[in-house]
Design a protein around this ligand. Sequence first.
Ligand SMILES: Nc1nc2c(c(=O)[nH]1)N[C@H]1C(S)=C(S)[C@@H](COP(=O)(O)OP(=O)(O)OC[C@H]3O[C@@H](n4cnc5c(=O)[nH]c(N)nc54)[C@H](O)[C@@H]3O)O[C@H]1N2
Ligand SMILES: Nc1nc2c(c(=O)[nH]1)N[C@H]1C(S)=C(S)[C@@H](COP(=O)(O)OP(=O)(O)OC[C@H]3O[C@@H](n4cnc5c(=O)[nH]c(N)nc54)[C@H](O)[C@@H]3O)O[C@H]1N2
Ligand code: SF4
Ligand SMILES: [Mo]
Length: 682
Amino acid sequence: MNSYTLQPDGVFPSVCSLDCPDQCGLLVHKKEGRIVKIEGDPSHPVTQGAICNKVRHMAHRIYDEKRLQYPLKRVGRKGEGRFERITWDEAIDTIVARWNKIIAEQGAEAILPYSFYGNMGRLGTEGMDRRFFHRLGASRLQYTICQAAGTEGYNYTMGGGFGIDPEDTVHAELIIMWGINAVSTNMHQVVLAEKARKRGAKIVVIDVHKNQTGRWADWFIPVRPGTDAALALGLMHILFAEGLTDESFLERYTVGHAELREHVRSYDPDSVAEITGVPVEDIYRLARMYGAAKASFLRIGNGPQHHDNGGMCIRTIACLPALTGAWLYPGGGAIKGNGSYLEHNAQALQRPDLLPKQTRRINMNLLGSALLELDPPVASLFVYNSNPAVVAPHANKVREGLAREDLFTVVHELFLTETAAYADLVLPATSAFENTDFYRSYWHHYVQIQEPVIEAYGESKSNVEVFRLLAAAMGFEDEALRDTEADMIRQALDYPRNEVLEGMTYEKLAEQQFLKGKVKPLFPGRLHTPSGKIELYSKTMERRGYPPLPTYIPLPVEDEGDLPFLFIPAPNHNFLNSTFAHNDKHVRMEREPKLHMNDADAAALGIANGDRVRVWNARGECELTAAVGTDVLPGVAVSQGLWADGKDGKALVNALTPDRVADMGGGAVFFSGRVRIEKCAG
Ligand SMILES: Nc1nc2c(c(=O)[nH]1)N[C@H]1C(S)=C(S)[C@@H](COP(=O)(O)OP(=O)(O)OC[C@H]3O[C@@H](n4cnc5c(=O)[nH]c(N)nc54)[C@H](O)[C@@H]3O)O[C@H]1N2
Ligand SMILES: Nc1nc2c(c(=O)[nH]1)N[C@H]1C(S)=C(S)[C@@H](COP(=O)(O)OP(=O)(O)OC[C@H]3O[C@@H](n4cnc5c(=O)[nH]c(N)nc54)[C@H](O)[C@@H]3O)O[C@H]1N2
Ligand code: SF4
Ligand SMILES: [Mo]
């Protein structure tokens, strides 16, 4: 631990730990040992001194009176939230005794770790935790809840998480924000786009909801949920038909352009308008804008891929820049995610070689079924960095699983979340400002370091510390389970295979706080696809039983007659997933959970703006406040935010979401569920 940074007063460089592409550099101001102010680091080339409202108010969360300080054991019923204070020794002894019993009777695979990226620090999310569970021989979680379908789809086209440098997007002439609510979820992309706009760029937003990002656009294009692939194919139809393609780019850098040209003939603008709800003249206008611009930039968001057809949808959109050769111009091309550039040495960090045998893998999107139906059953669940009782699909099923009396659940958390309320033991976690860790953005090209800025809160411990403690208590003697944070950062960055990380060391990061990867432009160059080119036709997909060419696959229809609305429960502005939903300051900023409806639908149901409405399907129900207008198309209902259970426990939108898996990657389909809506009585 760097004692310099623990001085009581001063300004300390830091990094935002939240699951947000911007991964800002921060300056944390301290007075008498406490954080008094958090601002953006003006010297960070992407942050440039600006951060979001959520993190400017982060100190309210760090020092929230509800923050956990001590280990707790449950004294009430599961889910009730009654606990009493115990010591760390008692907590660790209890876990070890229960796990040893489970291992003796059922084997270690009966233990399931469940986590996500509540804190993006790699040591705490893919480091000591993975080493520990590998050595234990636990079941392995598939991390599919966020972008799994879209990532697989994008990879078929582009060979990995490789897009353009966002800092180059200031040079774009046309910017299309496709299914991304960037004003809330990627604010520095908006700042960069504003710079491009000042130089004459036009900004188009394609979304199912005219939210803050749609209102900011020069042109907002509403589309029916789950139909974006058809729109992209319609654009391709026109680009080919009107000779707006870059033939030399297609020839040099793609495979399958002749097949694609033939294939998209059937996606004529009339049929596409019918499917997508986008008028024919708008499809022509957009295609011609896209065809005329050289440096056109697509920022592809998470929305379109949280559907049953999400993988294929992103695979399809990702083909577009190849048609016009946009990749060759500064600021042209696309970003879906840039996570592959800064790839560190994951084998060294996670140590899969410590696994005694290849244990079963469990898709996190099927947590409810895993807890209720798996055979052999899950006997113990260890949750950290995540709040599945609120964020996982089919939440009522998840909660039924968590309520199992025979399930031994441990939750490592900063707050007594809805998930923690079901735990047998709750362990207090440090905030990122109390830890050492390293961070790499999945959007910009910087690697950053965090060193402790404040002392650990109460008796809280970091993820790395907890897993080191558990390893020692289980009697595991492997050196990898005793490594320090600095050791682990060194091991992760020691990766000669990835030239982008060349020259990046722990020491340099500690000195400079952030370092930019040595990223080369994608073209001219060889992609990581089998052909080394952009695969408009993919033999890999063909082998795996997918259509080899980009294709529109309609969403499966869940009982359309009875369930007239497609329900899109997206994130909101002032929370980050369910983080901040437990902090009064942020809840006040967000006010209340709403349901955006089209005025024609509302009128037909006798619903007026501000009415309480009940939203339900066979999986569950919730109650929201109607926001009636023209921000969504008829047949679509949008809510924003993963609200905590709160006073009435009625804002649990994931009570309604399906736990089907998407077409690719085992991804989640949060946005493909259907519901009914009625005005609440009284
Ligand atoms: N403020 C804030 N920032 C966040 C988060 C947060 O919760 N709050 N979450 C973080 C995380 S983990 C992630 S993954 C990212 C996600 O951030 P984004 O990439 O912005 O993804 P979403 O907000 O899930 O959805 C984006 C948009 O897709 C739209 N949409 C839904 N279905 C469709 C469709 O079929 N077609 C089209 N075209 N649009 C559709 C939604 O209306 C929404 O406006 O944001 C991160 N940043
Ligand atoms: N309906 C609907 N559901 C969704 C989505 C959606 O758009 N709509 N989005 C989905 C997406 S994209 C994602 S990524 C998931 C995210 O789901 P989660 O990863 O569960 O995200 P959060 O709700 O932010 O919960 C993170 C938890 O980790 C805790 N935490 C933070 N730092 C630490 C730490 O250092 N140690 C420990 N032990 N705990 C820590 C926080 O207190 C918080 O309670 O949600 C998914 N769920
Ligand atoms: S949540 Fe995103 S925008 Fe806000 S400070 Fe963190 S990285 Fe920056
Ligand atoms: Mo996510």
